[in-house]
Design a protein around this ligand. Structure first.
Ligand code: MG
Length: 382
């Protein structure tokens, strides 16, 4: 049994599931959540969804699946060190990107623009929708009926307008409260994972260079150390050594800063964590600054690199055209969606739009490309 700090989430005191179920026999409630996430269709689809590079661009780049596994690895190590609940941390980490559209952020932005007037589209909210509604696996209920704490962690951001419609899990956005520590941790581990693997993928893809990165403090310090100890090292291994040390540096800083802040805060339960005026887990000011510098660098030089932008613009056009086509005539949706929409009253345009958005958001990159071809290229089989 893992030792748990008093301020961690304890599955015996969980706020429970939307639909009451018997407790699992040999697992904790959060282990059951984690297992349900791993067995979901949405989780398997993460393998073919873009992180930064579109899935077919190369086999060595991160996908949303490997990204989620890296987040879970980083978050669990820290959870164990701080005596937070590892199972809950892992469940939130593995589920945090389930609602992502194909083609990364450009996919979400385009779908959000298409859904303007129909309630918008936001990937955090969609992740919750996936586990609450869209997964169809159980006889007794829709969704996979996760515990409150896992759902709280999945819903990282939410507008007040949307939060008002979400019941208890939306409350903290209306009352400006914090989520539990495991949710705070999964969020921070997400940044540690993507900042570092995007450096690695960006270098591998030839979109950014080691020379450029030497201007960035977080990279420069570790890179200098590596070059000093191993002056003969080839470039690939030098990059790997540097990135591995960057992750370690960030993880150690997060553990040490958070441990001190936990002590200072005097919190002794998850509800005191939720009512605390600010998140308790965080990096030191100096390291937060260095991380921000790296984030800005990646934004300018990687996410806005012309080759990435071309792909995102193309992806945006693919999603936009599919959305318009499905809205023009619902009958070209696959049968199960067609049936869903046939049950709706004629005037429920926004509910129909939501069905279309769910269908498109669930697509993998390659499915979206193939579906686009089937819809628009005369020579393709339908
Ligand atoms: Mg993520």
């Amino acid at each position: 049994m893992q030792k748990l700090a008093p301020y961690s989430a304890n599955s015996e005191y969980s706020r429970g599931r939307q639909y009451t179920e018997d407790s699992p026999s040999y697992r904790s409630e959060y282990q059951r959540d984690r297992d349900r996430i791993v067995h979901s269709v949405a989780f398997r689809r993460l393998e073919y969804k873009t992180q930064v590079f579109v899935n077919h661009e190369g086999d060595l780049f991160r996908t949303r699946l490997t990204h989620s596994i890296e987040v879970a690895q980083i978050a669990r190590s820290i959870a164990r060190e701080l005596d937070l609940n590892e199972d809950l941390t892992e469940a939130i980490s593995l589920a945090h990107d389930l609602g992502h559209t194909p083609f990364g952020h450009s996919g979400q932005d385009t779908l959000n623009a298409c859904m303007k007037g129909y309630g918008g589209f936001e990937h955090n909210l969609q992740s919750l929708r996936v586990v609450d509604v869209l997964e169809q696996r159980y006889a007794e209920f829709q969704g996979i009926n996760l515990t409150f704490e896992t759902r709280e962690g999945i819903l990282k951001h939410c507008s007040k307008k949307n939060a008002a419609e979400l019941g208890d899990v939306g409350q903290r956005f209306l009352r400006s409260r914090q989520p539990g520590l495991e949710a705070q941790l999964a969020n921070l581990a997400d940044s540690i994972a993507y900042n570092n693997h995007d450096v690695d993928d960006g270098l591998r893809g030839g979109l950014i260079t080691v020379e450029q990165l030497r201007e960035i403090r977080l990279f420069a310090i570790q890179c200098e150390t590596v070059s000093k100890i191993y002056p003969q090292l080839d470039t690939r291994r030098m990059i790997n050594e540097t990135v591995r040390r960057m992750i370690n540096y960030l993880v150690v800083d997060l553990i040490e800063t958070s441990r001190a802040r936990l002590l200072d805060s005097g919190v002794s339960s998850i509800d005191e964590v939720r009512n605390y005026p600010e998140p308790i887990l965080m990096h030191s000011d100096a390291v937060a600054k260095e991380s921000l510098e790296l984030k800005r660098f990646l934004q300018r030089n990687l996410y806005e690199h012309y080759r990435v932008l071309r792909m995102s613009k193309k992806a945006g056009r693919v999603i936009n055209k599919m959305f318009q086509a499905f809205m023009e005539d619902y009958r070209i949706l696959p049968t199960q969606y067609h049936e869903l929409s046939a049950e709706l009253p004629d005037n429920s345009e926004s509910m129909r739009a939501r069905i279309v958005a769910d269908y498109i958001a669930g697509m993998t990159d390659r499915f979206a490309i193939n579906e686009y071809r089937r819809l628009f290229e005369p020579g393709e089989l339908t």
